[in-house]
Design a protein around this ligand. Structure first.
Ligand code: 0L1
Ligand code: MG
Length: 264
């Protein structure tokens, strides 16, 4: 797949999408104006957004995979996963008050995150190699906030929009990769005290470690890899749940505690 956008167009789209993120307003999907855009172009835009944040002094604290479950792909009408970066200010502490005014139409997803202790690279990384290169697995809830009006987007537009990344909350429990069968670990999501979603790790590409392997493969297409010490959110085990101001979310992870937040 090749590039269709000039450097100027990439810079313009990155500024446009980052402004929508920082000022919390909706935009129409960018492929309406650039219908020939490819995933390579979209990833150029995403990396330019990342460069802009780094230039302003933000640190990158991890990566995320998105749309990694069949339920999520069906929900959003796309056929493949995407990825994004996590900047320092996306990270909130457990039990955080999430400022609703800073977001457009947030949704929450129950996820597992892996922390690597060895580099992972290439198109054919296996689940076993990922587990061997994993220091810790932690429960983590992602708050996504697509910048696109009425969630009308395609995979290319989403990838350019840093895969809707906006905030995430990590729980206080951590496990070694060998401590659990990550495919069968269960999660229960409650909104305002009511169960709204349940799921098991296998919802993510049959095994959440497969999502890390897929990230290595997607990065390899750009000559990039996953360095040791990378925090990676592997994607929603449950469908994403829309939240409103005042909502309280608690996600219970099997034998791994809870992750909570309130939208204020
Ligand atoms: O983390 C994710 O699954 C991101 C999905 C991107 C599309 C969306 O906003 O739902
Ligand atoms: Mg996610």
């Amino acid at each position: 797949m090749s590039r269709t956008l000039s450097k100027e167009a990439v810079a313009k789209l990155a500024e446009h999408l980052e402004k929508a993120e920082l000022e919390a307003f909706e935009v129409t999907k960018i492929t309406d104006d650039y219908p020939d855009m490819t995933m390579v172009d979209a990833t150029d835009v995403q990396w330019e957004i990342r460069r802009r944040k780094e230039q302003r002094g933000h640190k990158m604290v991890g990566m995320k995979m998105g749309l990694t479950s069949w339920a999520k792909m069906k929900q959003m009408g796309v056929e493949k996963p995407c990825y994004g970066f996590l900047a320092d200010y996306f990270s909130l502490s457990d039990n955080a008050d999430v400022k609703f005014d800073e977001l457009i139409h947030p949704k929450v997803e129950a996820e597992l995150a892996f922390v690597t202790n060895k580099p992972l690279s290439g198109p054919d990384v296996t689940v076993e190699q990922v587990l061997d290169a994993t220091e810790l697995v932690v429960p983590a809830v992602e708050i996504i906030d697509s910048r696109y009006k009425d969630f009308k987007f395609d995979l290319v537009s989403v990838q350019a929009d840093n895969s809707s990344s906006t905030r995430f909350v990590v729980g206080s429990h951590a496990a070694k990769p060998e401590d659990f069968d990550w495919a069968t670990v269960g999660v229960v999501m409650q909104k305002n005290g009511e169960v709204v979603e349940v799921g098991a790790g296998a919802a993510v590409l049959d095994h959440p470690a497969a999502s890390v392997a897929m990230l290595a493969s997607m990065l390899d297409e750009r000559g990039e890899s996953i360095p040791a010490g990378t925090f990676i959110m592997t994607g929603g085990i449950t469908a994403a749940v829309l939240v409103e101001r005042g909502d309280s979310i608690v996600v219970r992870y099997q034998d791994l505690g809870t992750v909570s937040m309130r939208f204020v």
